[in-house]
Design a protein around this ligand. Structure first.
Ligand SMILES: *Cc1c(COP(=O)(O)O)cnc(C)c1O
Length: 387
């Protein structure tokens, strides 16, 4: 067993060895630029990109022409929000989003506010879910975009995506979802779900870091975006820059693997997650944050009364790798904005930890983690010393 036990798969997943193997030749002997259309090196790189695009499209029920490769979900989120804001400026300037979004969405929205945008931040209930009525009531004649994540990175809570999409469609508003945590973990289908724009990232599904994609719907409606990166007109003119061929091959392979094993993997992850969660919930003072029903199979967010998560992590660091809140904001002493939006007090948010499992998590690792967490919680919470 490798220590510390890695239970932070929502921050990043290890690259699957099969993904790495598929990528390797594209760094060395097959090094061509996919945009070089005058020779063999370029042609074979373009073929590899074509296949990667098809593999991504196939996993999410899209047409390959609707996949725009980016450097990751942060860039995809920026391109979706800023690209729509600039393209549809003539129609309106209002965007509806949620307080529990990832910082890549929230920070971009704040940036747009400084440029004259009007943003509505929807609240969530204790379960982490938005109200569809509130969302519909927020729509105005100037609303150009609804931006609501598929599943939350901190709690795993899944929003009612199809219902949101139906309301957006009824009002002819573009619907964008950051599905970075959902793709490959649960079935995501842009057609069935009614999604117009969607972000995903390779390193959250056992692919390489630094590669992501934005799904951009081409009909009913055809979504147009103002490029945020200008240059050689790559990616339908929406994102210039020489394509990261090894990364695209890796994302493609990761999507192919996810398509093949998603439903089995989801069942086994859920069983492991439930085992971890049920074991820890037996500790007095331990409770779950967020909906138990509408959520991803691999994650649980738990509160440990009277234990500061920072103190807990110091005690646990040698044994397990977990996080309080998201990786992107875990350097800041601020409590998780997601948990605060769900109505937790600062103290409650500061006593919460996120455990996220992955493809390579074993029962043995969880048993080890459970015993170490029990010990650490017992040391910190005097009420628990008896156990
Ligand atoms: C990880 C994550 C991102 C950022 O993805 P990068 O590819 O690391 O830029 C965005 N949104 C969500 C929901 C995430 O979990």
């Amino acid at each position: 067993m490798k220590l510390p036990v890695y239970l932070d798969n929502n921050a990043t997943t290890p690259c699957d060895p099969r993904v790495l193997e598929a990528m390797l030749p594209w760094f060395t002997e097959k090094f061509g630029n996919a945009a070089s259309n005058s020779h063999q090196y370029g042609w074979e790189a373009a073929e590899a990109v074509k296949m990667g695009r098809e593999q991504v499209a196939s996993l999410i029920g899209a047409d390959p022409k609707e996949i725009i490769f980016t450097s990751g979900a942060t860039e995809s989120d920026n391109l979706a929000l800023k690209g729509v804001f600039e393209m549809y400026a003539g129609k309106g300037d209002h965007i509806i989003t949620v307080r529990t979004e990832h910082k890549a969405v929230l920070d971009t929205c704040q940036h747009l506010e400084k440029r004259g945008g009007e943003i509505t931040y929807l609240n969530v209930n204790r379960q982490g879910l938005i109200s569809l009525e509130e969302m519909e009531a927020a729509i105005t004649g100037r609303t150009i975009l609804i931006a609501i994540m598929y599943a939350n990175n901190e709690t795993g809570v899944i929003q009612p995506i199809r219902e949101i999409a139906a309301i957006a469609k009824k009002h002819r508003i573009i619907f964008f979802t950051d599905a970075t945590q959902a793709v490959g973990k649960i079935p995501v289908n842009v057609t069935g779900d009614g999604i117009d724009l969607m972000s995903l990232s390779a390193h959250k599904l056992y692919g390489p870091k630094g590669l992501g994609a934005l799904y951009v719907r081409r009909k009913d409606p055809r979504v147009r975006l103002v490029a945020q990166m200008n240059g050689g007109n790559h990616e339908m003119g929406m994102r210039s820059g020489t394509l990261n061929v090894p990364g695209i091959v890796g994302l493609g392979k990761a999507c192919e693997l996810a398509a093949a094993c998603q439903s089995d993997e989801s069942n086994s992850l859920q069983a492991l997650r439930d085992y971890l969660e049920e074991s820890l919930l037996q500790l007095p003072g331990c409770s779950r944050n967020g909906s138990a029903v509408n959520r991803l199979p691999q994650v649980t967010n738990l509160q440990f009364a009277n234990c500061h998560s920072g103190e807990l992590m110091i005690r646990l660091n040698k044994h397990i790798a977990v996080s309080s809140g998201s990786a992107c904001s875990s350097v800041s002493p601020e409590p998780s904005h997601v948990l605060i939006a769900m109505g937790l007090t600062e103290a409650e948010a500061h006593s919460s930890l996120r455990f996220s499992l992955g493809r390579f998590t074993t029962r043995e690792e969880l048993d080890y983690a459970i015993s170490k967490i029990r010990e650490a919680v017992g040391q910190l919470n005097p009420d628990l010393r008896i156990i």
